[in-house]
Design a binder for this molecule. Structure first.
Ligand SMILES: NC(=O)c1ccc[n+]([C@@H]2O[C@H](COP(=O)([O-])OP(=O)(O)OC[C@H]3O[C@@H](n4cnc5c(N)ncnc54)[C@H](OP(=O)(O)O)[C@@H]3O)[C@@H](O)[C@H]2O)c1
Length: 500
């Protein structure tokens, strides 16, 4: 964890959470904020205002905050927990009513008065996406997002994924949001971008010459991204059935990973330079050919039997696609992406498949080697592994596959911040590097929209797969067309068990 009070821009802050009684706030936000609090990674003057509809006494509300922390942490220091809970106040109100905003305004004014100075304001929208525009509109009308006149900082607005449902709805959402707020005020939460391994991608690529020098089409044959879950849709079936694998995972998380892996080196690590390079990269991506040939969808057996899933649901629980890039460096390197529920294992990994061995020695002595694979494991057992060949001990000339493996868990003993801790901290200090911009989100929708359109008229097949399988055969056929390639799930599995 970063050292205490490592940052100088800890401004006095009033941090409002819409949806404080909801699942996200209870499971993720409150525990993450508690961690930041325990590590001294919050401004000394910070106050949290929770907003919800429920009629909660101050005592009940305090108990709810404490329970969220103990549920996530187990046993915690009672005094510390009590002082943490005292940082929270509650506004009971309906998001649709101006009164709620007047009450929030009063809470902010009270802090300003008590402290004798203004505060920066943060508004975290942990509510259903349909409410985003209305809240932002009300905040603006109540003058809550204008600049704090002493600090000169406009109110920050944090919104949760999904950022739209299609290219058109994302455009409408962005336009509506931009009517009431500027880009610099908007922080879109994609928790994947807060993961250590994901943040490491750029540094790993650009600080290691051995990697940077081999990041080219001569050395790299193709790139794979897998984001699979071994569990099903569970209690998210209601939301998931209106979304599906492509929208839920590929449009956001997987394309963000592909961008980090392939973008050009930014001029610096400041937010504007990173985002410029990301947009440039995203603009080069498109489906390899047409949706019939470059995309696969499937549903796991039993999905439609789930109570909250429509009887004849045509929502995919698995999606795979082949992308290409028009970037001069990457135009001959295909990118294969797949994601699914109820698959063989839970893993998110990026597999860089290098070109086959061209050595004359191998040919001369008849050694057959598979191409090297660099495996960036986002989860579980975050780390990086490299699949290599080594001589087998003994008198014969034989090689065997070996794994060079680095895991965060074994290499770094310091506690790692969770993605939500990292991202909430960045919101407070005003670092937008890890938050997708409007342009990025729009590009991501542009890339997947042809597939969504093709799937919506139901002319293309919906494949099926048994729970616990490695996805449908059609996805293996998709990748198999490229140099007889196969998905690299096994490498991740092997590396995970080695590291445990
Ligand atoms: N849960 C997750 O793991 C997760 C993960 C990623 C993204 N997200 C996103 O995060 C957001 C919140 O998800 P969630 O799972 O926390 O939802 P949730 O459990 O249904 O909670 C919704 C919250 O909104 C409040 N609310 C609803 N209508 C309101 C109104 N008219 N006025 C005031 N408050 C109102 C509810 O308050 P009451 O309790 O008083 O009704 C509750 O606190 C969604 O956009 C979701 O897509 C969630």
């Amino acid at each position: 964890m970063v050292s205490k009070r490592a940052h100088t821009n800890y401004l006095p802050t009033v941090f409002t959470i819409f949806g404080i009684t909801g699942d996200l706030a209870k499971r993720k936000l409150i525990p993450a904020i508690y961690h930041l609090y325990c590590h001294g990674l919050l401004p000394e003057e910070i106050h949290f205002v929770g907003v919800g509809r429920r009629d909660l006494s101050l005592g009940d509300y305090g108990e709810m905050i404490k329970q969220s922390v103990t549920y996530a942490e187990g046993k915690v220091d009672a005094d510390k927990l009590a002082s943490f809970a005292a940082l929270f106040s509650y506004v009971e109100g309906d998001i649709k009513s101006p009164k709620a905003y007047a009450d929030i305004g009063q809470e902010i004014a009270k802090r300003d008065k008590d402290c004798g100075h203004g505060h920066q304001t943060v508004f975290y929208l942990a509510v259903a996406p349909q409410m985003f525009i209305r809240i932002i509109e009300h905040l603006k009308e109540a003058s809550l997002t204008g600049p704090c006149y002493e600090l000169g900082i406009k109110g920050k607005i944090v919104i949760e994924k999904p950022f739209g449902h299609s290219v058109e709805s994302a455009r409408q959402l962005s336009e509506a949001v931009m009517t009431y707020a500027d880009e610099e005020q908007i922080y879109r939460m994609d928790h994947y971008l807060g993961k250590e391994t994901v943040q490491n991608i750029l540094l790993f690529r650009f600080t290691n010459p051995v990697i940077n020098d081999s990041w080219n089409p001569e050395a790299i044959d193709h790139i794979q991204i897998t984001a699979s879950e071994d569990i099903g849709v569970e209690d998210r079936a209601g939301y998931y059935d209106s979304s599906g694998a492509l929208r839920d995972m590929i449009q956001s998380h997987c394309l963000a990973l592909a961008t980090l892996v392939m973008m050009d080196e930014p001029m610096s690590l400041n937010s504007a330079d990173i985002h410029r390079r990301k947009v440039e990269m995203l603009q080069t991506f498109s489906l390899d050919s047409n949706p019939a040939e470059s995309a696969v969808r499937a549903q796991y057996d039993g999905y439609r039997a789930i109570e909250t899933v429509a009887e004849h649901s045509v929502t995919e629980t698995f999606a795979a696609m082949q992308l290409k890039s028009s970037h001069p460096r990457w135009k001959d390197v295909p990118i294969f992406i797949r994601t699914g529920k109820r698959m063989a294992q839970k893993e998110t990994n990026i597999a860089i498949h290098f070109a086959p061995c061209k050595s004359d020695i191998c040919k001369a002595v008849g050694i057959r080697t598979e191409p090297n694979v660099l495996n960036i494991r986002v989860q579980p057992m975050e780390g990086i592994g490299l699949l290599l060949y080594a001589k087998k001990p003994g008198f014969s000339i034989e090689t065997e596959q070996v794994y060079m493996n680095f895991t965060y868990q074994t290499e770094f003993t310091d506690e790692q911040p969770s993605p939500y801790e990292r991202l909430i901290h960045d919101v407070i200090i005003g670092d937008q590097s890890l938050f997708p911009t409007t342009e990025e989100v729009m590009e991501q929708w542009r890339i997947v929209q042809p597939v969504l359109d093709a799937w919506s008229d139901q002319a293309l097949p919906m494949h099926s797969y048994a729970p616990g399988e490695d996805g449908p055969q059609a996805a293996h056929d998709l990748i198999g067309q490229w140099h007889d390639s196969t998905w690299t799930a096994g490498v991740g599995k092997q590396m995970n068990s080695d590291a445990q």
